[in-house]
Design a protein around this ligand. Structure first.
Ligand code: AMP
Ligand code: TRP
Length: 332
C-alpha cells in the first residue's frame, strides 16, 4: 500500500478551497492508502500567530478534519510540533536545498510581499520543512491543491540531491495528487486570487463553519460578469469568476464543467447562484454541525492528536535516525 502524507496550516478557519482542493480528497484516499495527515503548526508560525488563537485554531482544525470524514482510527492525524523529527530533518534539508531553488518559490514572493526584508527566515525555508514532513515518512503520494505544485517539485529536488550527494537510494520520488475540478478555488471577490483563510475580506471565502444564511449571502454577492452561463467549457475562457463558480458546483456535484454547463448553460447567474448555494449548504451544513459537536469535547480532540503523534513518531523516528547516520552524525 502506498503511503500518503499531507498537511494543512492552523492559521484560520478552513475554507471551501481547503475542502475541495485537499481534505475531501484525503477522505477518499483513506480507502486504499496508508494515510498520515498533519496540522502543520510549525508552518503556521512562519507568519505571526497569536499564541492563544493558535492553540484554539489547531484544535478547531483537527475537529473540522474529522468532521469532513477523516477517521483517526484508520488514518493518522496529529499536530506537527508534537513530533520533533520534522524540525530535525528540516535542518538537514536546509543544508541540502540551494538558495537559487528557494528564490524561485512563488508562494514566498506572494506571502512576503513588497517588504521582503521583513519576512521571517522561516517563511523562506518553509518548503524545506514541507519536504521533511513528507520524506520523514518515505511517503510517495501527496494530495494537495494546485498552489502546492511548485513546493512538491522542490521536495523532489531535495530528495534527489540528498540521494546523489550521499550516494544512496534512500528518499523516494514523491507524486503530487492534484485532483478534481476544484484544485484551485478562487476568491469570491476576485477570480484571479486564490480563496484563502488569511484573506482580510471574509466575503472572499466560504468558511467551513459558515451558517446556511452566510453561505447564501456570500454566493449571492459573489462577483460575476453580466453574461449568462455558456453552454460549453470553451465559453468560460477569460471569465475567471464564472469558471470558479462552475468548478465549485462540479466538484460538489461530483461531476465536471461540461456536465454542469449542459444542465445550466444559458441561465443567468441569479438562478445558478441559488442552486449553488443550496448545494453548498447541503454539503457543508453537516460538517459544521459535526465540528461543533466534536468541539464540545476538546479533551477528546487533544487525545486523538496525541495518539496520532505517537503513531507518527514510531514511523518517522527510524527513518530520521537512518538519515542522520547517512549524513555522518555520531550515533546517540
Ligand atoms: P493551507 O490552507 O495553505 O494550509 O492549505 C492546505 C491545503 O489546502 C493544501 O493542499 C492547499 O493546496 C489546499 N488549498 C488551499 N487553498 C486552496 C484553494 N483556494 N483551492 C484549492 N486548494 C486549496
Ligand atoms: N504547505 C502546505 C500548504 O500551505 C501545507 C503543508 C505543509 C503540506 N507540509 C505539507 C502539504 C506536506 C502537503 C505535504 O498548503
Amino acid at each position: 500500500m502506498q503511503r500518503i502524507f499531507s498537511g494543512i496550516q492552523p492559521s484560520g478557519i478552513p475554507t471551501l478551497g481547503n475542502y475541495l482542493g485537499a481534505i475531501r480528497n484525503w477522505v477518499a484516499l483513506q480507502a486504499d492508502h496508508d494515510c498520515i495527515y498533519c496540522v502543520v503548526d510549525l508552518h503556521a508560525i512562519t507568519v505571526w500567530q497569536e499564541p492563544k488563537l493558535l492553540v484554539q485554531q489547531t484544535r478547531e482544525l483537527a475537529a473540522s478534519i474529522i468532521a469532513c470524514g477523516i477517521d483517526p482510527a484508520r488514518s493518522i492525524l496529529f499536530h506537527q510540533s508534537a513530533v520533533p523529527e520534522h524540525a530535525e530533518l528540516a535542518w538537514i534539508f536546509n543544508c541540502v536545498a540551494r538558495l537559487g531553488w528557494l528564490n524561485r518559490m512563488t508562494q514566498f514572493k506572494d506571502k512576503a510581499g513588497k517588504d521582503r526584508e521583513n519576512a521571517s527566515a522561516g517563511l523562506y525555508v518553509y518548503p524545506n520543512l514541507m519536504a521533511a514532513d513528507i520524506l520523514a515518512y518515505h511517503a510517495t503520494r501527496v494530495p494537495v491543491g494546485d498552489d502546492q505544485r511548485q513546493h512538491l517539485e522542490l521536495a523532489n529536488d531535495i530528495a534527489q540531491k540528498f540521494n546523489h550527494d550521499y550516494g544512496v537510494e534512500f528518499f523516494p520520488v514523491i507524486e503530487a495528487l492534484i485532483l478534481g475540478p476544484a484544485a484551485r478555488v478562487m476568491s469570491l471577490r476576485d477570480g484571479t486570487k486564490k480563496m484563502s483563510k488569511s484573506d482580510p475580506s471574509d466575503q472572499s471565502r466560504i468558511n467551513l463553519n459558515d451558517s446556511a444564511d452566510t453561505i447564501a449571502q456570500k454566493i449571492r454577492r459573489a462577483r460575476t460578469d453580466p453574461e449568462p452561463l455558456p453552454t460549453e467549457p470553451a465559453g468560460l475562457a477569460g471569465r475567471a469568476e464564472a469558471r470558479n463558480l462552475v468548478g465549485i458546483y462540479a466538484a460538489l456535484a461530483d461531476t465536471d464543467e461540461e456536465d454542469v454547463l449542459r444542465l445550466h448553460g444559458g441561465k443567468g447567474f441569479s438562478s445558478f447562484k441559488e442552486e449553488l448555494a443550496a448545494l453548498l449548504v447541503e454539503s457543508l451544513g453537516p460538517i459544521a454541525q459535526k465540528t461543533r459537536d466534536l468541539l464540545s469535547e476538546p479533551d477528546h480532540i487533544d487525545q486523538v492528536l496525541h495518539e496520532g503523534a505517537a503513531r507518527a513518531a514510531s514511523i518517522c523516528r527510524p527513518i530520521v535516525s537512518k538519515t542522520k547516520q547517512i549524513v555522518g552524525f555520531l550515533p546517540t
